[in-house]
Design a protein around this ligand. Structure first.
Ligand code: GAL
Length: 654
């Protein structure tokens, strides 16, 4: 059965409350209680003096009520003695100074001293708890980010990482093209991973920036693996994970989860929902991306439980239906465990206004009632965890693309995520399951592979896509693909899209980074669409024209092409369009590939299917604040705002 969890902080509450809290959670339908991710100062109040008595008691109370524990390692925030006695464990910011003490997440994950203390507390916990039946799983740290600390240990570690990668400074200078702006180095000490707050990332050499991001991602994965190894040494069967999030310092999620058993994510969907704004389907995209981390079902370790308000003014109250609806949406996209954040808002500390399920008054409320309803819905589908999402369509996502396009914007109004989301939105709007997949993913079994902005180029991928298309698949490549080599330098002497030119049967003759301006394109088979951000002016080299620009000096020039390649097709989309463009394009592609579509879904309604040994379940979710009615398979379906309806194998409503 799909598991329901709850974040709980026994260390924040008087012991007299523990029993009552556990009993209320168990009655609600909670299976697992997530504990301890910030409790280091309670577990090791003084250096080397450990106190797990309180945690033993809390675990006992939880177990007595029939629930299990997701036990977190507390390394996100060290105790104050650690920072004051060992200042080299403190994280440094972009300004090259140690971060303020007394906040959280302010430890350097690369510092050898921090790693020694972190390793020791994890070892103590693993010795005591690993393998115990009460423990369902382990969470490492909390909401880890790629390592961007600038302390002396991190600078040294970055230099070491570069030395191992390049061997000599000459090789590094060559790879980075450091001769520009006199950036050549003659000794490793000249490497300065320091981005002053007022220095824009695009003032730095893009090749340096890409390696800096790759180092940060490696440093994080290495930190995770060390903790994971300690736990596994004590219990090889332990389920170990960490709760990821989409943050400023994005990691390489594939590397982050490589050593872990299950992907996990903190799911805080938007509560402002403009009908046709940026947020439409954005949460669905995040969930599909998380499913790609291990290419299987995932867990939610923090699920929206109340209004936000931790680091900013308080956010809006969740609308009726949101708590239940968003939790079911996570399940619809592949979550097998959904753990809410948090049982009760805390009465002290910086996060006191970040709302949990219960408010400070501790009374039962409508959010609690919605979680109860969520639990009952899951109980009615006990086989649902034995299903997964199966997709005919894959969309490739590359951490390198993420890194470089963030640090070197191509044009105003052009961003990697926007590009990905436009394609994802169109699939959602047509009721088509989509797998986000790493660039290394096997393509067999898919009918369509979407490749938005494959900017840092892997020629081997181009060859695999050619084979895929030749075998009857459809590939869609977009603008700013094939631009850079693996070091993030521009590819010399080849027309764009370089390695994709043969597959797409066209070349980019010129381009226009139009920023916020708009142009229009007319599809050869009808339809006119606004485009913005970017315009590639295409010269077909065997491809048919799918759409042409209608304005400026390039009126009449191809914007989108379609090339027959072996038994399949390759489209090249040279501009970034409005939603309707992607719908129209994908509808043509899906119909040609016999992929079933639902053309009457109102915007904001998403349909996904989970299937497998546990049956087939079709999820209809209204991710808007308006009621929606639409026809499906000859019957009308009505959904209240945020409502999820689920259809079983025989079409019956569950
Ligand atoms: C998460 C974090 C939690 C808590 C929560 C508040 O990002 O992991 O510890 O701060 O936000 O909404």
């Amino acid at each position: 059965m799909i598991q329901v969890g709850m974040a709980y902080y026994p260390e924040h509450w008087d012991r007299s409350l523990w029993e009552k809290d556990a009993s209320r959670m168990a009655k609600l339908g909670v299976h697992a209680v997530r504990l301890a991710e910030f409790a280091w100062s309670r577990m090791e109040p003084e250096e080397g003096r450990f106190d797990f008595g309180w945690l033993d008691d809390a675990i006992d109370v939880i177990a007595r009520h029939g629930m299990r524990v997701i036990l977190s390692t507390p390394t996100n925030s060290g105790p104050m003695w650690l920072y004051t006695d060992h200042p080299e464990t403190v994280q440094w910011g972009r300004d090259g100074r140690p971060t303020d003490l007394g906040i959280r997440g302010h430890r350097c994950i690369q510092s050898p001293v921090f790693r020694r203390y972190a390793g020791r507390i994890v070892e103590e916990m693993a010795q005591r708890y690993a393998g115990r039946p009460e423990i369902l799983a382990w969470q490492i740290d909390n909401e880890l980010e790629s390592n961007h600390c600038t302390c002396p240990s991190c600078r040294e570690a970055f230099r070491r990482w570069l030395r191992e990668k390049y061997g000599t400074v000459e090789a590094l200078n060559k790879a980075w093209g450091s001769e520009v702006w006199s950036g050549e180095i003659s000794s490793w000490e000249q490497i300065q991973p320091l981005l002053a707050p007022d220095c824009m990332p695009d003032w730095h050499n893009p090749a340096f920036m890409l390696d800096y991001e790759r180092f940060g991602a490696w440093s994080l994965a290495d930190f995770i693996q060390r903790q994971r190894d300690i736990i596994k040494d004590h219990d090889p069967d332990a389920i170990v994970t960490t709760n990821s999030w989409f943050c400023a310092n994005m990691p390489d999620f594939y590397q982050e989860f490589a050593s872990l058993d299950v992907a996990a994510y903190d799911n805080y969907p938007p509560m402002d929902l403009p009908e046709d704004g940026e947020t439409l389907y954005s949460n669905a995209f995040g969930l599909d991306l998380v499913r790609s981390f291990k290419r299987k079902n995932f867990w939610i370790l923090e699920q929206l439980g109340g209004a936000g308000g931790c680091w900013s003014p308080m956010g809006p109250a969740p609308w009726p239906g949101m708590i239940e609806g968003y939790a079911l949406q996570a399940v619809a996209h592949g979550a097998d465990l959904v753990s809410f954040f948090r049982w009760r808002s805390s009465c002290s500390g910086a996060e006191m206004l970040g709302h949990g399920v219960l408010d400070h008054d501790d009374r039962d409320n409508r959010r609690l009632a919605e979680i109860g309803r969520f639990c009952r819905r899951l109980e009615a589908m006990p086989e649902l965890d034995r299903t997964g999402l199966h997709s005919d369509v894959a969309m490739l996502y590359g951490p390198d693309q993420e890194f470089v396009l963030k640090n070197q914007r191509q044009s105003r109004n052009f961003a990697y995520w926007t590009q990905l989301r436009l394609f994802h939105d169109a699939c959602m709007g047509l009721g088509v399951n989509l797998d986000v997949a790493p660039e290394s993913a096997a393509l067999e079994g898919y009918k369509v592979v979407l490749v938005p902005t494959h900017y840092v180029t892997d020629p081997a991928l181009a060859a695999r896509l050619e084979a895929f298309a030749a075998g009857g698949g459809t590939v869609v490549v977009t603008n700013r693909s094939g631009v850079k080599d693996k070091h993030n330098n521009c590819i010399f002497g080849e027309a764009l899209p370089t390695v994709f030119r043969r597959l797409c049967g066209c070349r980019v003759e010129e381009y226009d980074a139009i920023g916020d301006d708009r142009r229009h394109i007319a599809a050869v088979n009808g339809g006119s669409f606004a485009v913005t951000g970017w315009c590639d002016l295409l010269e077909p080299e065997g491809a048919q024209v799918w759409a042409r620009y209608t304005e400026k000096f390039y009126a009449g020039t191809a914007a989108i092409t379609k090339n027959a390649f072996g038994a399949g097709w390759a489209y090249y989309v040279g501009a970034v369009g409005e939603r309707a463009l992607y719908r129209s394009l994908l509808l043509e592609i899906f119909r040609a590939q016999d992929i079933p579509v639902l053309t009457a879904l109102p915007q904001g309604v998403e349909v996904t299917t989970r299937s497998g040994e546990g049956g087939t379940y079709r999820f209809f979710f209204n991710d808007t604040l308006h009621g929606k009615t639409f026809p499906v398979d000859g019957q009308m379906v009505s959904l209240r705002p945020m409502e999820m309806k689920i259809q079983g194998e025989g079409g019956e409503w569950l």
